[in-house]
Design a protein around this ligand. Sequence first.
Ligand SMILES: C=C(O[C@@H]1C=C(C(=O)O)C=C[C@H]1O)C(=O)O
Length: 381
Amino acid sequence: MNSEDFFTKLERQIQSGNPFVAYRNPNDKNGLTKALLQDTEKAYKTSGFNESGFVFAPFENDNNAFFIPSENAESITTEYFADKDEEVKKEDQEFPPVYTNAEAKIQHEKLVQQGIEAIQTGEFKKVVVSRKEDVQTQLEALDIFKNLLKKYETAFVYYWFHPKTGIWLGATPETLLKVERDKFKTMSLAGTQSFQGTSNVNWGEKEIEEQQIVTDSILENLQDKVSGTIHRSEPYTTKAGNLLHLQTDIQGILDSEKSNLKSLILALHPTPAVCGLPKKNAKEFILKNEGYNREFYSGFLGEMNMKKEIKRNSNRRNQENQAYASILKQTFLFVNLRCMKLEAGKARLFIGGGITKDSNPADEWQETVNKSHTIKSVLVK
Ligand SMILES: C=C(O[C@@H]1C=C(C(=O)O)C=C[C@H]1O)C(=O)O
């Protein structure tokens, strides 16, 4: 449908108070933006991950993953492209004043210091600590969503609403897991620096080690679930908004006797990109010391066992050019980063960063400030 109709439908759904999700997968060449509109306010949960729909899972508590079942939702799509002129205008815009709350800074630096000390005593090798920040905004959620769509073509952009979770929006650069037939893809993403006009940059030892920990852990956790070798790229620099990260692409073939979607999710989530290593100790540290509830930040979300129709010609020389369609199931999950929870006039931002033995508390604070720009820049008209 055309974009106007798509957004009108979405507006009606918002008014109805029933759950929905609207989203666009990264780098979609057609700008394909989809929505699933649930027809009742019922809360569906999944713990088996074998249903078809859109899943929205928190950082912690495996039995609390919400989902919108395909069979109980209307599916609509549109091809939405950013108006380039409008986009340029946005790029020119100043970020809202950088939020410098002295107390928040002291608190975060203290948390980082605690993390470093726990690493020194051997509790774990890496931990990801985060904070929340509340920002005023006059914008409606739908306008924020449009801003995200316009600004972040390479990210997974979404707008989720459920009466039980509230409104969440984000633009995440991180794939948790993509599965199509027996092929899977994931990534190791860590290490951050500000984008200063070029992606041709050097990385320090701290960032290289921090990202290597994520790669090694993903490879180890997937080892007994695949058939044959797991392929991985060299680490490379990738751009996400105003930031650069180190990324390694990981892919392979699944062994269907040894794995299913649930076992893969449990093996990966939460990766050391958002939790730490070893997982258990790092998670305990986070839950005990962060001092707030992450809720769905650093959880995961996306299409789960969604039917996808592949059209292809049976024979190129076929004069009738008859198309044959085959249906396959696709899962495309992302880590919920660079996100916010929206309440009346207020956006709660969630931002974190990985701590290793070489971390510096003041730098880690600055990293969270830089990361918060991804979201802050879409909260202005
Ligand atoms: C935890 C976040 O990001 C993660 C942590 C990173 C880091 O520590 O350098 C980089 C990318 C993400 O994997 C966040 O954005 O909140």
